[in-house]
Design a protein around this ligand. Structure first.
Ligand code: FAD
Length: 323
């Protein structure tokens, strides 16, 4: 195993605030760091400020490496991570499941000829790190170890680890010169367009009400939307519903959509196909409303309501008003 005494965590920010998936990875990194006497080095690439540093400090970072980069580019981000891993030889490189984290870990691990694991739902240290990988949406858990002395890259499943505050007094901040990695890029983003959505960001949402094909009509969707509004939650959807154009593609949950980890997920007219379930199993509490009592979603639901969601949702909303 590499003889350095650190592990690295890649932190992705949204408007200078680390996103939940990254803070879950940092919290797991800090736990492993404490158990194994390893410094936790946070890697920030892109835009960040003092607020970002404070949050990383509150979640237990010992060292923060800051690479200020104007815009996202897989090559520049990947080259920065490659350089840092070469320089610090961390025992682990952890990241939460995000598209950028997938890009940079794939880029750096392949460039360095190192192993990268994704969907990691647990990490333990015996003689070396032992990983648990969640397959088929968490239906199968497989143990894995990496027979190599080099850095092990791991992308952690959203919701598999809890965010834990662990404030640190002194944090070393290192400003990384990344002029080399940001020049001569083959692609340049000339314009980026942000989709303005009234709903809350799905990956950060504490409550998600999901619209399945069973509620995939304008009337059905309106009820799902009303319930989400009443609960202050975000709207999610299954693939057939986003493909029908009723709900934006950005709201799709599942294997080819977003992996979510809310405190409460309510599936309305969702059957519970494995490709959808793989996106919701990090939820703390799952409620399913479906008129078919044999729908597979009931196998993972904490509370299942068998009935017509067109009738159940209004009753549900009436009851919530009384609370
Ligand atoms: P259905 O399976 O058609 O289920 C509709 C449900 O609504 C049924 O259970 C029915 O009983 C119930 N229902 C009908 N009317 C009512 C009513 N009035 N009240 C209550 N219940 C009612 N799917 C995703 O969601 N996300 C993904 O990311 C995704 N990625 C995929 C990737 C691949 C490679 C493939 C092959 C598929 C993927 N899918 C994905 C599709 C997935 O396999 C399912 O087809 C999809 O999840 C089913 O969506 P659904 O539950 O809305 O529809």
């Amino acid at each position: 195993m590499s003889n350095t005494n650190n592990l690295m965590v890649y932190i992705q920010c949204d408007e200078n605030t680390p996103i939940n998936a990254s803070l879950e990875a940092l919290s797991k990194g800090v736990e492993l760091g404490k158990e194994n006497n390893l410094d936790v080095i946070v890697v920030l690439i892109g835009k960040f400020d003092e607020n970002t540093e404070k949050i990383c400090k509150d979640y237990g970072a010992n060292k923060i490496i800051e690479a200020a980069v104007e815009q996202y580019n897989i090559k520049s981000y990947g080259e920065i991570v490659t350089k840092l891993v070469k320089e610090y030889s961390p025992k682990l490189f952890l990241a939460g499941t995000t598209p950028v984290a997938k890009d940079v870990t794939a880029y750096a691990s392949s460039k360095l000829d190192m192993v990268s694991l994704s969907n990691v739902s647990d990490i333990k240290m015996q003689d070396d790190f032992e990983f648990t990988i969640a397959l088929y949406g968490g239906a199968v858990l497989r143990d894995a170890s990496i027979n190599s002395d080099t850095t092990k890259f791991a992308i952690l499943s959203s919701g598999a680890f809890k965010k834990v505050l662990s404030p640190v007094d002194n944090v070393e901040i290192i400003k990384e010169d990344c002029s080399e990695q940001t020049k001569d890029l083959l692609t340049i983003i000339k314009e980026s367009v942000t989709e303005i959505s009234e709903s809350v960001n799905l990956e950060e949402a504490e409550i998600i009400v999901a619209c399945g094909r069973g509620m995939g009509t304008p009337e059905g969707y309106k009820l799902v939307e009303d319930l989400a509004k009443q609960l202050g939650g975000a709207i999610g959807a299954t693939r057939p519903v986003t493909e029908s154009g009723l709900v934006a593609r950005t709201q799709q949950v599942g294997q080819s959509g977003k992996i979510v980890a809310p405190k409460l997920y309510i599936g309305c007219g969702v059957s519970g196909a494995v490709q959808h379930l793989s996106g919701i199993l990090g939820s703390d509490y799952i409620v399913a409303i479906n008129k078919d009592e044999d729908a597979p979603i009931f196998e993972v639901a904490d509370v299942g309501i068998v009935g017509d969601a067109m009738a159940v949702i209004p009753l549900f909303m009436e009851e919530i008003k009384k609370v």
